[in-house]
Design a protein around this ligand. Sequence first.
Ligand code: SF4
Length: 383
Amino acid sequence: MLLYIHVPFCRSKCRYCAFASGPFSTEAMHCYVHLLIREMIFWKERIAPRQIETIYFGGGTPSLVAAADLARILDAIFSLFDVHSDAEITLEGNPESANDPAYLQALYSLGVNRLSLGVQSLNPRHLAMLGRIHSPEQAIQTVTRAREAGFQNISLDCIWGIPGQRPDDWFKQIEQFTALHPEHLSCYGLSVEPGTPLERDVDQRLLILPTQDDQARMFLEGTALLTSYGYHQYEISNYALKGYQSQHNSGYWEGREYLGLGPSAVSTVDHKRWQNPLTLTAYETAVHQKTLDGHPQELDPTDLRNEHIMLSLRTSKGLDLRAYEQTYGIPFLGTYQNLIEALHQNNLAHIKEGSLCLTPQGMLVSNSIIADFMDTPTSSKTQ
Ligand code: SF4
């Protein structure tokens, strides 16, 4: 099982962000850690005897959790749950709060063995446009200090498709990111989320996004560039040196069970899915009233099958045709024959070693391809 811990605080709100996070204070964080531990106690018996294979602190800004509080959380996890001795333990950090050498050393000593840094860009103009509060120098220094603290598995989050960015700017960014020698890179196309200041500026044409053609070049040529540096694209937005794929995220894409702690966190256990209350206040009430398992959604076979298709097609391994048939008792190729032929003819997907995989061009339009698989009723897919 995968364990996700949401940290719902940030120093300030980035202009593109629609994640669940509120303003940080030491006191609020301290109370929150207490709630998290109570939530763990709530789940202890309910998820036994599952073993935790990965632990992931995401947010928000997990690097705002003080070392002493992180020690309390990890102590609780290890004493309440059965944790695999080689568990991957990732903490997301932002350069402005994960920059202190003593803090980084404390994280490492506490057993955090993977650091995922929200660098986003090494261009000061782009960082300002995104509303990030760190500088490129701080980001570079944080990577150096993390190495000095002992981290041998560092991932950088990077954003492409920023207003005003040209393909060559992105390729230059890739050169700068790879010069820091991270083991892993997550490269996301900037998404304009409803209700964000970024959306308002784009709507008012104060900011102009790169053209579709430029975005396609950033994705396709950027991937080729990263590949030339030894980073294998193992999922649409994720690239890793050999042996450094994120075990936690790979677990999601493989359809493993996961428990999410904290407000807005989603869990999937025993073919049931639920989401914790979205706000901190509602979450606090649910923890106190022990109503966190209130309304789970039963995942029916169609949901599970659709999700399997969607998650597999995002990965470079693709969808294992034999495993699909064994799991659901229906042949994938026979069911989706016309769709697959059309994808193949348009160089959007191919069959490789018994799996259906999207080509780079297919990954570029993966959302619409996946929607095609979801939209067509199963009974009419071969007609
Ligand atoms: S640091 Fe991350 S979670 Fe926090 S506001 Fe920025 S993008 Fe959102």
